[in-house]
Design a protein around this ligand. Structure first.
Ligand code: NAP
Length: 246
């Protein structure tokens, strides 16, 4: 048990999820870091948080497996008493033009990005409703707002997350629970490191501020959206994209 607010951050072993976990811990929140394939990396993030005076633990589970999500969340709730904040950050890409995109890859992207968001939100929402306080932030993407060639599956999953965010926000608004989405543009993480130098330069040309963002840029927006100060903001999509989607 802890007196602090408790946050579950999915996909927190690296990249944007790692930065969000570090930031929320700095904000005085007890952070449960989730990941799937790389628990060692997630444990290193938890260690970094604890070394800086924060509190964190790691609970690995695949967000795309509904039963494992329920099992893991129930165990966290039994131990810590509550989850006040959920950050649905875990996400993957399987990029390719539609003509060559296979159904297995399409399915996997939907499963992790969209179903993962659904499973985790459903698993935590009842106890938030009961306690009449909660903050949910879903990490979407400007690909879900603008579309992106070569990312039909990813864009569809992220557009789905935006619709999901607004629907759930309406369902729980009266219970003092806010549900918002953050839509990053191009952020420097492993996900974008796979891009060729030529593609990166082309992408940067489309960004009004002229460069990729950092995971910390996204984490700062999330920090605000889970704070007391943002209680009157719900169902919104906040682009953190250097102006790219305006
Ligand atoms: P990343 O560096 O590739 O990290 C992805 C994270 O998701 C890892 O911690 C990974 O953990 C976790 N993950 C993947 N599959 C999972 C599963 N089935 N269950 C649980 N965790 C899983 O990606 P990122 O760039 O930080 O992206 C984070 C989020 O931001 C994603 O939703 C992404 O779509 C979104 N986003 C990123 C950008 C960008 O430019 N980077 C732009 C827009 C939106 P394991 O490796 O341990 O499995």
């Amino acid at each position: 048990m802890t007196d602090k607010r408790v946050a579950l951050v999915t996909g927190a072993s690296k990249g944007i999820g790692r930065a969000i976990a570090l930031r929320l811990a700095q904000d005085g929140i007890y952070v449960v870091l989730n990941c799937s394939a790389h628990p060692k990396e997630a444990k290193a993030v938890a260690k970094e948080i604890c070394a800086a005076g924060g509190e964190a633990e790691v609970v690995p589970f695949p967000v795309d497996d509904g039963e494992k999500v329920i099992d893991a969340v129930d165990k966290i709730l039994a131990r810590l008493g509550r989850i006040d904040i959920l950050i649905n950050n875990a996400g993957i890409t399987r990029d390719g033009l539609l003509m060559t995109m296979n159904p297995t890859d399409f399915d996997k992207v939907m499963k992790v990005n969209l179903y993962g968001t659904f499973y985790c939100t459903k698993a935590v929402i009842r106890q938030m409703v009961r306690r009449r306080w909660g903050r949910i932030v879903n990490i979407a993407s400007i690909s879900g707002m603008m579309g992106n060639a070569g990312q039909a599956s990813y864009s569809a999953s992220k557009a789905g997350i935006i619709g999901f965010t607004k629907a759930v926000a309406r369902e729980v608004a009266e219970r003092n629970i806010t549900v918002n989405a953050v839509a990053p543009g191009f952020i420097d993480t492993d996900m974008t490191k796979a891009m060729s130098e030529e593609l990166r330069e082309k992408a940067a040309e489309q960004i009004p501020v002229g460069h990729f963002g950092t995971p910390e840029d996204v984490a700062r927006a999330v920090s605000f959206l889970v704070s007391e100060d943002s209680g009157y903001i719900t169902g919104q999509v906040l682009a953190v994209d250097g102006g790219m989607s305006m």
